[in-house]
Write a protein that binds this ligand. Structure first.
Ligand SMILES: O=C(CO)COP(=O)(O)O
Length: 250
């Protein structure tokens, strides 16, 4: 099945008003790109980015599972939408690790975001130790099984508004990338899990690769079956690094 590629940048804890020019430059290039393009920004920058780049897909990096309440420091899906966001990341390994988010938390976050009308990039990925032990595919498959939105929420958001990002933890920010064969094996396994969860609709869910994606390796990674785009960290911060990756997805 032909799926349009999605190249999303995750700015993590980077980005000030001085960087709005980078965002508007990406948004202009995105108008003629052969792929969908998005930037997931710190919450503080979302509203100004939406003003600087009208019509461009701006996202958050996390969302709380509740609509509102006594959750100091958290942001709800309604708040992201209110700021002009159209998507959000959930389940990034940096949050799973540092904030102790479980698969059940990630599932609840994805369901809350989809119900509110956001698109979701749901991240999964294995540690170095799991990869070394030969358990990467089984571990990440079961992580996906227990993080995926289910029930009525799933049918409202699948396949158009859900993407999965496979991000091996050991490849994030390290310059290390799995072999092309390993990426292909993992993405094929995740496609099977998506079809098991959603039937044929699982064919439409995009599976992104993330972890040290650069202009120099993007084209080869995008050529792998069931790689439907990328979630890019460090190389999304500068237009000059990011746009060649977007171009490689054409
Ligand atoms: O974590 C990532 C994107 O969410 C990947 O980060 P890097 O592209 O910097 O390795």
């Amino acid at each position: 099945m032909a799926r349009r590629k999605l190249v999303a940048g995750n700015w993590k804890m980077h980005g000030l008003a001085a960087d709005l020019g980078e965002i508007s430059a990406v948004s202009i290039a995105a108008e003629t790109a052969g792929a969908d393009v998005a930037l997931c920004l710190p919450a503080t920058l979302i509203e100004r980015a939406v003003r600087a780049a009208p019509g461009f897909a701006i996202g958050g990096q996390d969302v709380h599972q509740s609509d509102k309440g006594a959750h100091t420091g958290c942001v709800s899906a309604a708040m992201l939408i209110d700021a002009g966001a159209s998507l959000t990341i959930v389940g990034h390994s940096e949050r799973r690790e540092a904030q102790g988010e479980s698969d059940a938390d990630v599932k609840a976050k994805a369901e809350s975001a989809l119900l509110a009308g956001l698109s979701v990039i749901l991240c999964v990925g294995e540690s170095d130790a799991v990869r070394e032990a030969g358990d990467a595919v089984s571990t990440v498959s079961s992580q996906l099984d227990s993080s995926l939105p289910r029930g009525d929420v799933a049918s409202a958001g699948v396949p158009d508004r859900l993407a999965v990002a496979y991000e091996p933890i050991w490849a994030i920010g390290t310059g290390k990338v799995p072999s092309i064969a390993d990426i292909g094996e993992m993405h094929a396994a995740l496609r099977e899990r998506l079809k098991a969860a959603y039937g044929e609709a699982g064919e439409g869910v995009r599976i992104l690769y993330g972890g040290s994606v650069k202009a120099t390796n993007a084209a080869e990674i995008f050529g792998v079956d069931d790689v439907d785009g990328a979630l890019v960290g460090g190389a999304s911060l500068k237009t000059s690094d990011f746009l060649p990756i977007v171009e490689a997805a054409r």
